[in-house]
Design a protein. Sequence first.
Lengths: 402, 226
Amino acid sequence: MTAWGLAWRTIARSPARSVLAVAGVTVIGALLFNMLLLSRGLLVSFRDLLDNAGYDIRVIAAQGSMAHRPPIADATSLAEAIARLPEVESIAMVRTDLGQVSAPGVNAAWTPIELIGMTDSKGGGWTIVKGSPLPTGPSAGEPPVVVNTTLASMLHLEPGSRLRLRLTSAGSASALPLVTVRVIGVGGFAFEASGDLNVATTMAGFAVAHGTPADRQAEMVLVASRPGAAAPALAAIARLRPDVRVLSNDQVMAQFNENAFSYFRQISAVLSSMTLAFAFLLIATLLTMSVNQRLGEVAALRALGFPRRRIAANLLWESALLVGIGGTAAIPVGGVLAIILDRILRQMPGVPARLHFFVFEPRTVVLHAALLALTGAVAALYPIWLATRLPIAATLRREILS
Amino acid sequence: MTGAPIIEGRGLTRSFAMPAGAVTALGDVDIRVDAHDYVAITGPSGCGKSTLLHILGCVDQPTAGSLVFEGRDVSTLKESDRSRIRLTRIGFVFQRFFLLPMLTAWENIELPQAEAGAAKPARRDRTRELLDYVGLAGRRDHRPSQLSGGEMQRVAIARALANRPALLLADEPTGELDEETGAQIASLFDRVHGDGTAIVVVTHNPAVAARAGRHLAMKSGRVITS
């Protein structure tokens, strides 16, 4: 009979203890799996959001950051220069401001919104679910807008609806005009948070809302490089203007990783270590108790000529079986737990609705399995030492006397 | 005594370090077991019988003296070599049987053969043969908890004989059994001995001791009559 077979029989011999042990490993393993999902979830999810927006380079003012973006002076000239670069496929300029809208005939109350002005030829900032995207060229009449689904639902907006819009920039509210805009589309905005109310328009529409001619400013220029030309595009853009920062998606990720996401990573690392420590203690305690209950059997096996390595192999297999069964069960349990926790965390204010804290990756399963296997092996060390080093004759004598 | 002995101990001494000072459990014992010997070791509790048996079985080492098993000085052997000797050349029968409770009678007997590397068909034949030999062919799939004390000891004897050892060591094999069952076990030992296996049995049971060809009486760690 193999060591595996003997270990399996040993576990099956004490079903109650084994079920409890497996349940313990399952719960601990589920927590570990969750922490591992959390450790990279935001990174993977945010990276996915960035990549799916369709742009791989972001240009902001030199003194700004991704969270705080002062306007880039004469951004239009910069955008035109960037668009002429051979490494560049397309560009878009972005501006944002705070404002209020009301829907005449539906809801006269003013509702606070964020207005986004964008020259987006790729439609990467939102996904149209109803109506049409913003026009890329000039449009006559009332400025066209795309509203997000939350606002559309709240104000019962459809393509063709009219909205009254006024900006509420600090200190200039009295000077800002009240404009009527025309809803041409309803969409899901890539970076909108739960409950956010967004209105997107063209740069011309944005200028109309400000009551000024287009002032050639933008907070950010989004750039899509040609395939394989990201690095040369990055360098070429940086050479165009010294007063801007040019960030690849990797660099944007690094910024977030160092700041906002690092808290989650640290929490995940601490809790992962704790769960592994609990797993170690649980398995080590169970195996040690199991060995202590079977000292006579172990001594008899040694007396019958079973070598130490065979005794060690039995215990390692016992540990592997407990960890293997519990660790496997932990994956679906951890998955369900991750969905629940993700739903809770995504309700935090300011978190983009499409951002996930827990993201499944095959490598997480591999890491989870490797960490649990290592923990199981380490946890088996003491019971193995106990079993293989026990004095055979003295143990047999003690067992007879007891 | 003729031919080379299976095992020969000279001046075997075993002391145990205790807080109050060393205790000598076995003092200067000479013993020789030849093929076909049947030796009974008797004496009061604590006289060193089991200690001597453990040393003969290579599960304990003397603090002084020499032990030679089939021509090899046991003190010079590595632990793995002593394990191999125990597995293939020595059979052990314990007072408390120490069968593995999660295995059936068949599996308990097959286990040492598998460990010794016997092929599956050979193991199957030998296990069937041994179950017949100890009269438990009908209980092959029973676990120890489903067997009586006498049956468990018969399985333990079959397990001890699994790898055809030259020497069978038994430590109080009837100690947990009633008189009638003990007599059955003693008869089984007679049969094992008759089939050519040397036996050393430690016992308090005069009926078992009386069946042995040689009788060592011990007292205070020494052999007083041989």
